[in-house]
Ligand binder design. Structure first.
Ligand code: NZQ
Ligand code: ZN
Length: 380
């Protein structure tokens, strides 16, 4: 029941609901006139979000430069190229239009432009930024919480790392969340998004500190996603259901679930990031593979905590039952729960070597080499 000391900080202004993008132009204009619009590999053009955003920026009389082609599990090469473009064009403000990959990349592009430092230096925490470029996010996928947090995750295949950089300068100034912009997200990424938000709540729950009200709020976020998630999977264009999941995703990782905690755990995310790096697996898919396994590894070490999760989520006192039910939920919405079922050719030894090389551990219930070995068995 311990409430740990904590500092809460969240400067992002959230614009939530249908048609909120109608004020985008005026909001962006406050930050300058030269805009770098960053987006992914085409979905925003296909489904009309790009047109809505461009027309807003044009109406506000802004000069727009574009960086297109950020890939899922974003890579440092794109961040570097966009940074160079931003510097050349004297960018005042970045507009990120997309999912977590686009918003995360944009956070680091902004740091690269403002600080004249190779952006990878931030990802390795070698250099701390002193300033940034204002970032406005228009989110098209509910999952990561990046729209209202200070985290960014980028891959580097040269160094063999997928790293997260967390810093107060990373928060978007404004984020626009219109749930109708997410109605086109395909079934697989919709499911991965639901898994991701649940995993964020669980990473917080299994961190150090057990503030009772936050335990309840955190598990309620998970319960909400478990209630609406399966309905959404059967009705992907339902804006009301999309809105509920979108709000769940923001709340799961905008700081709220960390109140009264010393840290989150994040070991499962560590395991998952290495899988994304090796096989380009979608982030959420790696988490549905890793979470049940991690809980099975920990069940004799932290039985009361897992029992509390089971009680709050499923009304069960049985630890195995709780883990099985969580796993069954992931399966039910269509997210893989074994690496061997993830649709990519993978190799157990390679996975284990990668985890050991980058010493995946977590912050609270730290994993050692023998744990990683067990996890590889449990996840295959
Ligand atoms: O590239 P396009 O064509 O835009 O397609 C994307 C991409 O293929 C597509 N998509 C996005 N919005 C769409 C859409 N398709 C149709 N309609 C729409 N409205 O979805 C695919 C996945 O996009 P991506 O941005 O990669 O997904 P997500 O939002 O799940 O982001 C994943 C990345 O975020 C990181 C992950 O590691 C991963 O790299 N994370 C960031 C966190 C943070 N900043 O706090 C925390 C998370 O734990 C996570 O690590
Ligand atoms: Zn995540």
């Amino acid at each position: 029941m311990s409430v740990e000391n904590f500092v809460a900080y969240n400067p992002t202004r959230l614009h939530f609901g249908e048609n909120v993008v109608e004020t985008l132009g005026e909001v962006v204009k406050q930050y300058g006139t030269n805009v770098l619009l960053v987006y992914g590999k085409g979905s925003v053009k296909k489904y009309g979000y790009y047109d809505k955003v461009i027309s807003q920026l044009n109406q506000a009389g802004l000069k727009v430069y574009e960086y297109e082609g950020i890939k899922p599990n974003p890579i440092i090469e794109d961040v570097r190229k966009a940074t160079a473009l931003g510097k050349e064009k004297n960018i005042d403000v970045i507009v990120a239009l997309g999912g977590g990959s686009v918003v995360d990349s944009s956070k680091i592009i902004g740091l690269g432009i403002a600080n004249d430092v190779d952006p990878w230096e931030f990802m390795t925490w070698s250099v701390m930024p002193e300033k940034n470029i204002p970032l406005v996010a228009v989110l098209t996928l509910a999952a990561t919480g990046t729209e209202m947090n200070g985290a960014a995750v980028v891959q580097n295949h040269e160094t063999g790392q997928k790293l997260g950089f967390v810093h107060p300068l990373n928060y978007p100034k404004d984020s626009f969340l219109d749930p109708s912009f997410t109605t086109s997200v395909p079934a697989d990424y919709t499911a991965y998004g639901i898994v991701d938000l649940i995993a964020h709540a669980l990473e917080a729950f299994y961190g150090a500190g057990e503030p009772s009200v936050i335990d309840r709020i955190t598990m309620d976020i998970v319960k909400d996603a478990m209630e609406w998630g399966p309905k959404l999977m059967n009705d992907l264009s339902n804006v009301e259901l999309r809105a509920n999941i979108m709000l769940d995703a923001t709340l799961a990782l905008n700081g709220l679930t960390s109140y009264g905690k010393k840290n989150g755990d994040w070991g499962v995310h560590g395991l998952g990031h290495e899988l994304s790096l090796l096989y380009d697996l979608a982030h959420g898919a790696t988490l549905s593979m890793a979470y049940p396994a991690w809980l099975r590894l920990q069940k004799d070490r932290i039985p009361e905590r897992i029992q509390k999760m089971g009680r709050l989520l499923f009304g069960t006192e049985d630890v195995d039952d709780a883990i099985n039910q969580l796993e069954a939920f992931f399966e039910k919405i269509g997210s893989p729960v074994r690496i061997s079922k993830g649709g990519k050719k993978t190799d157990k030894t390679e996975v284990l070597d990668q985890w050991n090389r980058n010493e995946v551990t977590g912050m609270n219930h730290k994993l050692v080499e023998a744990d990683r070995e067990k996890l590889a068995e449990l996840m295959y």
